[in-house]
Design a protein around this ligand. Structure first.
Ligand code: C2E
Ligand code: CA
Ligand code: CA
Length: 639
């Protein structure tokens, strides 16, 4: 009597274990909610069922010669095998279509071809008991293949090739890891099928499918590097690859960027600086709006939702719905937190051309004067402007189109005191750009040190010309960005330039903005002390605009406090404004610091400041900031 082939059995058991492992991990890791995941699970289930039917068939086959029951069982198993097997390749190609992001529009003729072929093969398989198209058993109960088997295999080959074509057409949208593992899958399955075709004793087909799927599970389905485990939201890296894939596949795409505008409330309400709490608070709500695999946490305060295909038609509705939700508090532990959000809606690639643009929108701060809750269409111009300014800064550095302007400062009694160096950008494409706009951008780009060092070098060159000395100027003021001061080698950079030109350090007065002084007082105080000990002077800029931390400010050893122009201008507008100016001046005087008031535009202002007892003045009343030649001409005329 024939025996069960242990050799085949081993193949089947190993395949069974592989498939089981793949399914187990897929469920353990919760990779079950995306359509892609569902197709992957279906394909694995089909392989699993096929393996089980094959194992039972092996046993039943041996018994079927002597037992009627075994023969019936074998019949059932073979029948099941072919019905299920005919589904494998169509489902696998659906999986590939989803995995590469091409699920958009299976147009109708493709649908018919795709679905129709599937339908026909299933009919062939299902009708076998009546037709014997696929297989028959002869009087000896020996199994015979019929033409139906070959048509099922031909259809499978079609789906297989189709999936390969889909894969190739999305090649650019795939990460390297995905490319390699998908290719591996195709090759190993082909290998297994060919071996089995050449020698039907070797049951390598199911085994190679199981092995290939395990590889796909590890490399394609595994999203550990794309995902935040706690919230299930995708990260920046995932955003970049997915948007790229949508663009390559020409899917309709609208992104919604939810920006939390009061993130500091988290710190206050929870007592931690852990901003991940924000995504925890929003996770349940956002997932109720849109499936979690369309939500990306671009940075702690910024969430991106991707709406694709038909969803894009409802993008405005969704934006409004989310915006309304933010008028109500969110729950965190026992606290209720009222978060404010602005939502930006943009079509890709029409309004934002690529994935990088989407990320930079997410990272960008909103326009200063923004009052809207939802930004669309022309509201997005600030992003274009920002990109244009970024490019202009790059060009400015490369083409040396930055220039230093000078604005004179005066002793209260009228004698020239010095000047403030102010940077200007004359761009060949977008024209003149003012520092209020480009300095913060240069800070974020990380090129502010280049600009500050350029200004400082120009000022050194000016000092070396001997002109400032000839006009008895005490010093020239140079603005420093705190981003620059924070750099570890900042002091060396400054000293290197100073010694390169061999200037007298006493002629330099560095200005640092007050609000920033308050934010990193320790570091700043150390830097100021070192540079002061070498001879440089220091001014506190924009005094009165930030959150003033009296103690830290006045224990910093500044030579001059520059009172912000808004304080002066408000003094003329109201009684309260006047009290603020008087008391500010009074207080700074008591701290024995020199006082400069900027923004002086009228004779009346000068008289007022004279009675209050300030030391220096700066403003349009004397001169606007002007190029060096004009500055020299101006002070020569006045001299
Ligand atoms: P700031 O340091 O407060 O500079 C004074 C600003 O007030 C200058 O604007 C100046 O043109 C303007 N101003 C002076 N007097 C008057 C007046 O009487 N009326 C009016 N309406 N405005 C007056 P500017 O040159 O546009 O510079 C803006 C800001 O950009 C500066 O504010 C400073 O924070 C920054 N900045 C300028 N140059 C540099 C630089 O080289 N490095 C760095 N880090 N920042 C710079
Ligand atoms: Ca300044
Ligand atoms: Ca100022």
């Amino acid at each position: 009597m024939a025996e069960v082939s242990l050799y085949r059995m081993e193949m089947y058991v190993v395949a069974l274990l592989l498939t089981f492992t793949t399914l187990l991990y897929t469920f353990i890791q919760n990779r079950t909610d995306k359509p892609q995941n569902k197709f992957f699970i279906s394909v694995n289930c089909i392989v699993l069922i096929n393996i089980i039917t094959s194992i039972i068939t092996e046993y039943a086959k041996v018994q079927s010669l002597v037992s009627n029951k075994a023969f019936i069982l074998r019949n059932i198993m073979e029948y099941l095998y072919f019905i299920i097997h005919a589904m494998l390749c169509p489902l696998f190609s659906m999986y590939v279509i989803h995995a590469v992001g091409k699920q958009q529009k299976l147009v109708w003729h493709r649908n018919i071809l795709f679905g129709g072929l599937f339908f026909v093969t299933e009919i062939i398989a299902v009708s076998n008991p009546l037709t014997n198209w696929v297989y028959t058993f002869d009087a000896d109960r020996t199994f015979h293949r019929n033409w139906g088997i070959y048509s099922i295999y031909a259809a499978a080959a079609f789906y297989y090739v189709y999936a390969g074509v889909v894969l190739m057409s999305s090649w650019d949208a795939l990460t390297k890891k995905r490319r390699v593992s998908m290719l591996y899958f195709f090759l190993i399955v082909m290998f297994g099928v060919v071996i089995q075709m050449l020698n039907s004793q070797i049951r390598s087909e199911l085994f190679s499918e199981a092995l290939g799927l395990l590889g796909v599970m590890i490399a394609v389905e595994n999203e550990n590097d794309r995902i935040d485990i706690d919230t299930g939201f995708y990260n920046r890296k995932a955003l970049l690859t997915d948007i790229k894939s949508h663009i390559v596949n020409r899917r309709k795409l609208t992104v919604l960027n939810i920006k939390i505008t009061n993130p500091e409330i988290i710190k206050r309400a929870t007592g931690t600086t852990n901003m991940d709490i924000l995504s925890d608070i929003l996770a349940d709500y956002l997932k109720s709006v849109i499936p979690r695999y369309q939500i990306y946490n671009a940075n702690p305060e910024s969430f991106i939702l991707t709406l694709v295909d038909r969803q894009t038609e409802k993008s405005m509705e969704i934006a409004q719905k989310i915006s309304r939700r933010f008028t109500l508090p969110f729950q965190f532990n026992d606290a209720e937190i009222l978060l404010n959000a602005v939502i930006i809606k943009a079509d890709v690639p029409e309004e934002l051309k690529n994935a990088e643009d989407v990320l930079s929108m997410a990272d960008q701060s909103l326009p200063k004067n923004n009052k809207k809750n939802i930004l669309i269409g022309d509201d997005l111009d600030y992003l274009l402007r920002r990109a244009a300014v970024e490019e202009a800064i790059g060009r400015g550095i490369a083409e040396h189109s930055f220039e230093v302007y000078y604005q004179p400062t005066y002793h209260i009694k009228g004698r020239l005191h010095g000047a403030e160096a102010l940077i200007r950008l004359h761009d060949s494409v977008i024209g003149n750009v003012f520092p209020d706009e480009f300095i913060p951008i240069a800070e974020q780009m990380g090129t502010i040190d280049i600009l500050d060092n350029f200004v400082f070098s120009e000022v050194c060159r000016f000092l070396l010309s001997g002109i400032p000395d000839a006009f008895h100027m005490d010093c020239i003021n140079v603005n420093l960005s705190v981003m620059h001061c924070m750099q570890p080698n900042f002091i060396e950079q400054i000293n290197q330039i100073a010694s390169q030109f061999g200037i007298n350090k006493r002629n330099i007065n560095f200005e640092i903005t007050e609000s920033i002084a308050a934010s990193d007082y320790g570091l700043l105080s150390a830097i100021v002390n070192v540079l002061k000990s070498e001879g440089y002077q220091f001014s506190m800029d924009d005094y009165g605009t930030g959150y003033s931390n009296m103690e830290s400010i006045f224990s910093l050893d500044f030579d001059v406090v520059k009172i912000d122009k808004s304080i002066l201008w408000n003094a003329e507008k109201s009684e309260v404004g006047r009290i603020v100016l008087e008391n500010t001046v009074h207080m700074v005087r008591q701290m024995h610091r020199k006082i400069l008031v900027e923004g002086v535009e009228t004779k009346e202002q000068i008289d007022l400041l004279d009675t209050l007892g300030v030391d220096y003045l700066q403003g349009y009343f004397f001169s606007r900031p002007v190029p060096k030649e004009d500055f020299v001409a101006y002070i020569s005329k006045a001299d």
